[in-house]
Design a protein around this ligand. Structure first.
Ligand SMILES: Cc1cc2nc3c(=O)[nH]c(=O)nc-3n(C[C@H](O)[C@H](O)[C@H](O)COP(=O)(O)OP(=O)(O)OC[C@H]3O[C@@H](n4cnc5c(N)ncnc54)[C@H](O)[C@@H]3O)c2cc1C
Length: 220
């Protein structure tokens, strides 16, 4: 068994170009393409967002690649306008050499290490892994073995959404009401987008009490 930290990787894109593409699409509505300047997208996008004219944000998308636990992707896959490709517990056999014959689990962000609670969490996963490997030895298929995998199991997830949907997802998933493991991956992503596309993401609030040292590592 291996305990790992979650990560979130964002594809390298030209954010200014993306915002200029959004402006170009938006100006179709007013046939005001002649008003395009180097900086004109900034005011235009802010004005549209303030008026709720948000469908223009659907013309560009962002893809991320996460390593997170099953609980996190269970929550995120509820967002119907996003697209997902997720490591399959039906096809991946963690008892094989390819997976080092072990299950990877995500270190829980809401259980402190070196506590009795953490030991209990870890012991239960060790027990599950023991039974998983025993099932492999008995010739079980991943379809059968996945029945005993818990929420903490690590998975790779590729997630794509258009900018409008990302705004919506991040506004729901970076607050205190979201699960801490979801906040852990979504807050660093939101901060990255606020820095690179302020005109679009600046008004989305996040749980500022969530400890920075617990943010998932962001890979650009
Ligand atoms: C803090 C929190 C707690 C939650 N707890 C639970 C829970 O206990 N149990 C549970 O089952 N779920 C729970 N959820 C999931 C939640 O109910 C939504 O399913 C999830 O957040 C997806 O949000 P959404 O429907 O707004 O967004 P998306 O699916 O991302 O859709 C975006 C927007 O499109 C529109 N839209 C999409 N589909 C439709 C439709 N069919 N009809 C009309 N408009 C549509 C809506 O305006 C929607 O906001 C929770 C979510 C959060 C953030």
């Amino acid at each position: 068994m291996k305990i790992i930290e979650p990560t979130v990787e964002i594809e390298k894109v030209d954010y200014n170009k993306m915002m200029k593409n959004l402006e170009r699409a938006c100006r179709t509505c007013y046939r005001s393409e002649d008003k395009i300047t180097e900086e004109s997208y900034k005011t235009l996008l802010r004005n549209c967002i303030n008026r709720g004219h948000e469908s223009i944000l659907e013309h560009e998308k962002i893809t991320i690649r996460m390593i997170c636990d099953i609980g996190v992707y269970k929550d995120l896959t509820r967002h119907r306008h996003a697209s997902f490709s997720i490591e399959s517990t039906r096809y991946c056999n963690y008892g094989k050499d390819k997976f080092d014959n072990q299950i990877k689990f995500i270190k829980p962000v809401n259980i402190e290490e070196n506590t009795e609670l953490y030991t209990e969490w870890k012991n239960s996963l060790e027990e599950i892994e023991k039974h998983y490997i025993k099932m492999v030895d008995l010739g079980a298929t991943p379809d059968q073995m996945r029945m005993i995998l818990p929420h903490s199991t690590a998975a790779e997830v590729t997630m794509t959404a258009n900018i409008r949907e990302w705004k919506h997802i991040l506004s729901l998933r970076c607050t205190k009401h979201a699960h801490p493991a979801v906040e852990q991956v979504m807050i660093p992503l939101l901060i990255h987008l606020k820095n690179n596309m302020p005109e679009i993401f600046e008004n989305i609030e996040y749980d500022e009490e969530f400890k920075k040292e617990k943010y998932a590592k962001l890979i650009v």
